[in-house]
Design a protein around this ligand. Structure first.
Ligand code: PLP
Length: 433
């Protein structure tokens, strides 16, 4: 018997080592990591350079508490990150995971308005579907019924007015304009922030709005005094072929940018928040302190991992690689769509790509989710890991697969992924059950 608390009663192979895009289990089976775990392992596995940077940091300074010290590595990293993301003057708040980072963003937005003398602003407009994290605040913000329903009594619904998901049949401007009606209905004087994933991840298979959407969202937010939070936990750090997905094809600077996953690419738990100078200054010139904190905030070893990962991303031009390999993978996925009628759409940006699965007769999701899980299981049999999900229709239904290998994947490895996926789609067939 194992003493491990597994996530579910399915059986889990025991991973023993990983290198490049491959993970190997205790039976010697090798898997191509076609989803970078959950879109995390951006630089691939087994980079000794990162291990060395972390070991050096452990020896020099493993931990200080954020209420007492900053650290050299944190100071250097915050500056490097602001440069990489072209967010001049933004302040980095480091935490351990994306849920903590979104909690921090929501609390900072709330405190910002309290400091400005508008304590009535407590609501955060979010979209359906969306996923912002598993902790209760971040989950409350998420428009993902399947992950929320068990916890419903703990979630105050009226604090999270909902905006519909991006509609690719609308121009980016018309699409974003729908935020105005949501704000008016909620009472704009009660709204602290709007949060969205610039390219949607776990809830809707790499769905992205048309060009101009985010710039117009930012404009409406400014008009109503609402902060714009871009949740780039999955889409950021080069994954979508640009340092920030919110800027794909348009110029926009959100008030708060939330990062995670690719930040330390799985080498250490690291996520964080970049806060615009105006937000930071309002708090510091007001009460003088962000009333929030985690023990491991800005952990020196995690930050050292992040710094080393950033070195590799820049040196190996992995943002460009994400664009190039992404184009190759997307055109292969479109070819699969033409061959397998249960693939209703193939889409995404860079190496955040998705397949929408459903009923070819109706062009809609099957009534019960499950096909994505079955395709993922078949792909795994073929030695390919993918990230299945559901929720695209209304936060509960709709099958999809996310594909997002390390940005360092080679041309030949992308071809291996596509061949395995082709076989998996052929074996699972078209039906829901
Ligand atoms: N935000 C987005 C967009 C995510 O995709 C995720 C995780 O999938 C999170 C937040 C939560 O991050 P974590 O699981 O690191 O807490």
């Amino acid at each position: 018997m194992s003493n491990v608390f597994y996530r579910s009663r399915k059986s889990y192979p025991v991973a023993v080592r990983a290198e490049g895009v491959f993970i190997e289990d205790a039976q010697g089976q090798r898997y191509l990591d076609g989803s970078s775990g959950a879109l995390v392992a951006n630089i691939g596995h087994g980079r000794t350079e990162v291990a060395q940077a972390m070991a050096a940091q452990v020896s020099q300074l493993a931990f200080v508490h954020g209420s007492q010290f900053s650290s050299e590595v944190l100071e250097t990293y915050a500056a490097r990150l602001a440069d990489f993301l072209t967010l001049p003057g933004f302040r980095f708040w480091g935490v351990s995971g994306g849920s903590e980072a979104n909690e921090s963003a929501i609390k900072l937005a709330r405190q910002y308005h309290v400091e400005r003398g508008e304590p009535g602003r407590f609501k955060v407009v979010t979209r359906v579907p969306s996923y912002h994290g598993a902790s209760l605040g971040a989950l409350a913000a998420s428009g993902m019924g399947a992950r929320r329903e068990v916890y419903a009594p703990l979630i105050r619904e009226d604090a999270w007015p909902k905006m519909p998901k991006p509609d690719p049949s609308l121009s980016g401007l018309q699409d974003a304009e729908r935020l105005r009606a949501v704000l008016e209905a909620a009472g704009p004087e009660t709204v602290a922030a709007f949060i969205c994933e610039p390219v949607v991840g776990a809830s809707d298979a790499a769905l992205a709005p048309n060009a101009g959407y985010h710039a117009h969202i930012a404009k409406i937010c400014r008009e109503y005094g609402v902060l714009f939070i871009a949740d780039e936990v999955m889409s950021g750090m080069g994954r979508c072929g640009a340092p920030l997905a919110v800027r794909l094809g348009w110029e926009v600077t959100p008030d708060l940018v939330v990062l995670g996953k690719g930040l330390a690419a799985g080498y250490a738990p690291l996520a964080g928040l970049m806060a615009a100078p105006a937000v930071y200054d309002t708090v510091m010139n007001g009460s003088g302190a962000f009333k929030h904190g985690f023990t491991y905030a800005g952990h020196p070893v995690s930050v050292a991992a992040g710094l080393s990962v950033l070195d590799i991303v820049e040196r190996e031009a992995l943002v460009t690689a994400a664009r190039e390999r992404g184009a190759q993978l997307l055109s292969g996925l479109q070819a699969l769509q033409a061959r397998h009628p249960q693939v209703l759409a193939a889409r995404g940006h860079g190496l955040l790509l998705g397949l929408v699965l459903g009923d070819p007769e109706t062009g809609e999701a099957f009534p019960q989710p499950g096909l994505a899980e079955r395709v993922a299981a078949a792909a795994r049999e073929e030695g390919l890991l993918t990230y299945p999900g559901s929720g695209a229709v209304d936060g509960t239904r709709g099958d999809h697969l996310l594909l997002g290998p390390p940005l360092s994947i080679s041309v030949a490895e992308v071809a291996v992924m596509l061949a395995a996926l082709d076989r998996a789609l052929a074996t699972t067939g078209v039906s829901a059950a």
